[in-house]
Ligand binder design. Sequence first.
Ligand code: 5RP
Length: 217
Amino acid sequence: MTQDELKQKVAQAALKYIKDVSIIGVGTGSTTNYFIEFLADYRNQIEGACSSSEGTSERLRKVGIPVLDLNAVGTLEVYVDGADEISPHKHLIKGGGAALTREKIIAAASKKFVCIADGSKCVDVLGAFPLPIEVIPMARSYVAREIVKLGGQPVWRENCVTDNHNHIIDVHNLNIVDPIKLEQIINNITGVVAVGLFAMRPADVVLVSKGEEVVTL
Ligand code: 5RP
């Protein structure tokens, strides 16, 4: 199976988590895009979705699913999203698509976070995928210097402006043995909007496609 076929397969498997759910949190990325395609068949059963990016909002509207304001909706039953890396503890690195802040907000506001990914995303220790950090533009260099003190190698994702009009720094060379602690430390750097470590609020369920199989962690 190709990687795209694996993404499609795992996206379809997530549909069982949206039964009887009227408002769904929807993430960002190529795996989630397949989920949105499948969600289209449920458009008459659901009231709408809370979206983690402008790109996802556009796709949802295109398939006829209303995009709702999270402030008006309150707690969500389910949030479905992909990941860039997944640890055995269901800690994640996210933000490859620069949507990490809104993704984190929706994850925080959801009762159940269902993470969908192909098997290539599973690792023993997080950090081979460069860790994205969304920063206030004027703080970019300051945050980068603080990251160097932590042993990381920060690289500015040039030509990338987030939906919140901020910048992204990708941190290379991290071996993240204590993701919760690192998330707290990076959260505390002035100028950081959000770090793409999802450890304090990990996924609740991880669905991983491996060949013909979809495994639930
Ligand atoms: C976007 C994300 C995505 O979930 C992550 O990058 C995975 O994307 P894909 O499904 O395309 O592999 O965090 O900010």
